[in-house]
Design a protein around this ligand. Structure first.
Ligand code: AMP
Ligand code: MG
Length: 400
């Protein structure tokens, strides 16, 4: 059996590039940018007024009670006006081009007017209230690098440089496959010996966070039916995310089915808890990557975050962020396994503390709803209260 560290490395070694595709700007949210975005013009593209007021030439100010007659009004969205008289001003609106020959803007609040001329009532600094051309960035400067996740802030940048169509990393086509005769659909009332399928729904909603629409399939515990369905799914999908059927049970038929269908095993079983019976492999001909998680809901959920998410990030050319939190309890791992313990995060005096959640084990699906993530404890590791431990976030709250 291999260690968690080796298992993860093996999974990452099997990341693959699915190439790029062009999508409409409005569909690019959450996708990974696949092109370099440069400023198509200076920002701002002209000297713009940052206030509603009047534009004058600073050197034309020569004393108190001086009045400047109104020579015109510069509106945002209109071509540049010319200030051609030292006794005049031009009214300028926020976002308008500062008139030619003017170099200073005085906000209305610092002036008084009789309707024909303005008097300045406050001291003035040369160049005030002007956002100069190219003072943010110059034409041709790199604004966004490939590999970043497009969020609302990037959408604004893309829009402003005119990217109606954006090149993004292509996402894999993913099948979410549950296995087991005990499983019934969500809208059914289970018989006493049955349970409702939950893993497929958790996985599909996790994939939604990645903008991947997972297709749900189900396999009954019958070897020839499993092989028949899997053969087609291997051809149709880039990734299979399975749950159940890979442990030591009499009805855990998946490893044998993968083998007979030519999916090459990279490893089976990892020294970790939960999620130990994880099977990972790849079909060399169809390039299908197979993540076959043990069926216990917590095992499936944890393994998705431990393996699939970093694999996807690497595949899309982005990094997997590493987090650490302070543990609010002491914890002693006296096993040879890497443990992943569900925690709830709490803010205490400005520090993020992780409190372990009591759970009955990997079947305790309901404890998952309390967890903000999992902390990682190495084999035989003793962690005292207040220690910094690696943290795997499992809520998609935009920060962690
Ligand atoms: P298995 O790995 O197939 O032995 O399943 C382990 C446990 O997880 C069993 O109690 C199953 O009933 C349960 N289980 C398997 N698949 C699912 C699923 N899709 N949703 C909820 N529980 C499941
Ligand atoms: Mg099963």
């Amino acid at each position: 059996m291999i260690s968690f560290k080796d298992a993860l490395q093996n999974v990452l070694n099997h990341s693959q590039d699915f190439g790029n595709e062009s999508v409409e700007l409005t569909k690019s949210h959450g996708r990974i940018l696949a092109e370099t975005i440069m400023a198509d013009r200076d920002f701002p593209p002209f000297d713009r007024s940052t206030k509603d007021g009047i534009a004058i030439r600073f050197d034309d100010i020569n004393g108190q009670n001086q009045s400047f007659s109104i020579a015109g009004v510069a509106q945002a969205g209109s071509p540049q006006l010319i200030l051609d008289d030292e006794t005049s001003c031009i009214e300028v609106m926020t976002g308008a081009i500062v008139p030619q020959n003017a170099d200073t803007v005085i906000m209305y609040e610092h002036t008084s007017s009789n309707g024909e001329a303005f008097t300045i009532n406050e001291s003035v600094k040369k160049g005030q209230n002007i956002h100069y051309q190219a003072s943010d960035v110059s034409k041709g400067e790199v604004l966004l690098e490939p590999g970043i996740k497009i969020t609302a802030a990037e959408i604004g940048v893309l829009a402003t440089v005119g990217k109606a169509i954006v090149s993004v990393k292509k996402l894999p086509k993913v099948a979410v496959i549950s296995t087991g005769n005990e499983l019934v659909d969500v809208d059914k009332t289970p018989l006493p010996f049955q349970i409702r399928k939950s893993n497929s729904h958790s996985l599909v909603s996790l994939l939604e966070n990645e903008n991947i629409q997972g297709d749900i399939h189900h396999l009954v515990d019958e070897p020839s039916a499993i092989k028949q369905r899997l053969e087609l799914l291997i051809q149709e999908y880039d990734v299979l995310l399975l749950s159940g059927g890979v442990s030591k049970g009499k009805y855990d038929f998946l490893p044998e089915a993968f083998d007979s269908l030519g999916v090459e095993k990279v490893f089976h079983k990892v020294l970790q808890r939960p999620g130990k019976p994880f099977w990972f492999g790849k079909h060399p001909k169809h390039n299908t990557t197979v993540f076959s998680f043990p069926g216990n809901p917590v095992s499936t959920f944890v393994n998705y975050h431990l393996y699939f998410k970093p694999w996807l990030n690497k595949t899309l050319g982005t990094d997997t962020s590493q987090f650490a939190v302070f543990l609010d309890d002491s914890y002693s791992n006296d096993t040879d396994l890497t443990l992943f313990v569900g925690v709830e995060l709490k803010l205490k005096a400005g520090n993020l503390l992780a409190k372990t959640i009591s759970s009955t084990g990997s079947g305790d699906l309901l404890a998952l709803a309390k967890a903000d993530g999992f902390v990682q404890l190495l084999p035989k590791e003793e962690v005292s209260k207040g220690s910094l431990v690696p943290f795997i976030p499992t809520r998609n709250n935009g920060v962690v």
